[in-house]
Write a protein that binds this ligand. Structure first.
Ligand SMILES: [Fe+2]
Length: 240
């Protein structure tokens, strides 16, 4: 399995606190059937800035440690970019990390309580550049929860949605569990990821969620989610 959202890089953000913790996270991911992880430290969220060069250096170092410790996990550089007014200029400056080989998938996070007024404009500008925003955990944004039409607008304009495994399992509460199913049913999320911040075993519950998706929504839906995680990393088209 492929995880496209994980805070495994040590001492980059509120994810792994030490190298040892990062190694435990990696081991736990592997034990749970994950073979590739896109590491996505927070960027521009008001607490943490992790520009592309720093992320790539972090991946290089941690990958070497994984290899040395015989932990068979492939790391791929990424970022979880908090939506902000500087994204376009940061792209021009080479500070933004796109996921995978195609250089056009961007994991983008909204603040939990609102949608900035310039968001639609920004999405249009990203689209003009061939960049596909993947909205991180829309099921945790109050505006999307209360008015899924706002999410539909972004998805119709070409954005993708990334559901977090915890949300589906109900670990973040009943309301988020319910809206997660609604988003899956309505095709508003296209990829499932862990968003793991520490080594707790149930952070890496992708397999459990895929099984749940198969049971509740059918095999086709499950295969579609699995395919899409691969497609993002490979730079291929995602199935909507
Ligand atoms: Fe995250």
């Amino acid at each position: 399995m492929i995880d496209i959202h994980c805070h495994m890089l040590p001492m980059f953000d509120d994810g792994a606190r030490t190298i040892d913790k990062a190694l435990i996270m990696a081991k736990t991911a592997v034990e749970n059937g994950i073979t590739k992880t896109v590491v996505t430290p927070h960027h521009k969220n008001g607490m943490y800035d992790n520009e592309k060069r720093k992320v790539e250096a972090g991946v290089f170092t941690l990958q070497a440690m994984l290899d040395k410790n015989n932990i068979p996990l492939e790391l791929i550089p990424g970022q979880e970019v908090r939506i902000n007014g500087d994204i376009l200029s940061e792209i021009d400056q080479g500070k933004i990390t796109f996921i995978g080989k195609s250089s056009n998938y961007l994991l983008l996070e909204f603040p939990p309580m609102f949608i900035p007024t310039y968001s639609e404009y920004l999405f249009v500008k990203l689209k003009e550049r061939g960049i596909i925003p993947i909205i991180a955990h829309p099921e945790r944004n109050q505006v999307f929860i209360n008015n899924p039409n706002r999410l539909i607008q972004f998805i119709n304009e070409g954005a993708l949605g990334q559901l977090t495994a915890h949300s589906y399992l109900g670990i973040r509460g009943k309301k988020i569990k319910k809206i997660s199913r609604q988003f899956v049913a309505e095709g508003l999320v296209h990829i499932i990821a862990t968003d793991a911040h520490n080594e707790k075993k149930n952070n890496f519950c992708l397999g459990e969620v895929y099984t749940g998706i198969k049971d509740e929504f059918g095999l086709d839906k499950k295969l579609r989610f699995e395919h899409n995680a691969q497609a993002v990393v490979a730079g291929d088209r995602v199935n909507r």
